[in-house]
Design a protein around this ligand. Structure first.
Ligand code: FE2
Length: 298
């Protein structure tokens, strides 16, 4: 993983040939993503956000707007920057928008500038995490599953690009009207509590621990963000009834995720398709420059 697709011949790597090939084989390609969880186009002449956008649009998959704490900038049509938080920080493993009612099915990433060192995008087969957690902590897993989970996350009053979770609430909800922000939060399945410092605490739950999605071999995906949000400065994770999660279970889960991770190293022009329902992904600390762009689809 990922499955790598390269031009069949050296002179067939141009963007027009690629677009023609993808267009003629849309369903086959989509099935490849589901079967393999990750598919990489490498060695094609994908140069810029415009080329990447054409690839994204070729499939006709509906766009899904990003909601979450990461600072991101719109680049071109369906294309956004990936998390603009400091490159020196590790972005913890997650399914994209895992806490939102409708998570994207597919995540498409394009490497415009590969990092000189570090900056890998590690990927983790989510079902493996569930399997190993059930093996080691059958009772805790069952309890968390039965009760469900509750998360809180605090959005700042204003954007702070020095933090990878530094999206202010106005940007996070796409409005500067607090009432409208509350309405949008409700629609996404969140409750809100305004804080005296102008920030807002969002409360989400109950949410499941694992999920099984159609067409993914009945695998139980570790579709939660317990390790990423438990006991952090701006976030928390508990069982839905308020019971604390056992510290050692969360800690061990973090180790298992790390052990199961596959290190993906970027090359210039790479286009990576991830099955967001089956894989967790993250970002390792990187030396600058590094520019990876993203599009999310239903
Ligand atoms: Fe992500």
């Amino acid at each position: 993983m990922p499955l790598v697709l390269e031009p069949p011949e050296a002179d067939k790597g141009d963007i027009e040939s690629l677009l023609l090939g993808l267009k003629a084989n849309k369903d086959w390609f989509e099935q490849l993503i589901i079967t393999n969880s990750a598919v990489l186009l490498r060695g094609f002449d994908v140069k810029n956000p415009q080329d990447f956008n054409e690839i994204v649009e070729t499939f006709g998959w509906e766009d899904i707007r990003y909601v979450g704490p990461a600072p991101r900038t719109h680049i071109y049509k369906r294309v956004w920057t990936a998390n603009e938080g400091p490159l020196s920080e590790f972005i913890y493993y997650h399914h994209e928008m895992v806490l939102i009612k409708e998570s994207p099915k597919k995540l498409m990433l394009f490497c415009e500038v590969p990092p000189p060192e570090g900056g890998e995008t590690p990927i983790v087969p989510s079902f493996r995490v569930t399997e190993r957690m059930v093996e080691e902590f059958p009772e805790a897993v069952e309890e968390m599953e039965a009760k469900g989970l509750k998360y809180t996350f605090t959005a700042l009053s204003k954007n702070d690009t020095s933090s990878m979770r530094g999206r202010g609430w106005e940007d996070a909800f796409g409005t500067s009207d607090p009432e409208e922000a509350e309405k949008r939060a409700k629609a996404l399945g969140m409750d809100m509590e305004w804080l005296p410092n102008g920030g807002v605490k969002t409360i989400l739950g109950p949410r499941p621990l694992t999920r099984v999605f159609e067409g993914r071999k009945g695998r139980r995906m570790w579709f939660n963000t317990v390790v990423g949000m438990h006991g952090k400065e701006l976030s928390s994770a508990t069982m839905a009834d308020g019971t604390e999660l056992p510290e050692k279970v969360v800690k061990r889960c973090g180790q298992i995720i790390e052990e199961e991770s596959i290190q993906f190293q970027w090359e210039k022009g790479d286009v990576l398709f991830l099955d967001n329902l089956a894989l967790l992904h993250g970002r390792r600390p990187s030396k600058p420059p590094r520019r990876v762009l993203v599009a999310t689809c239903k």
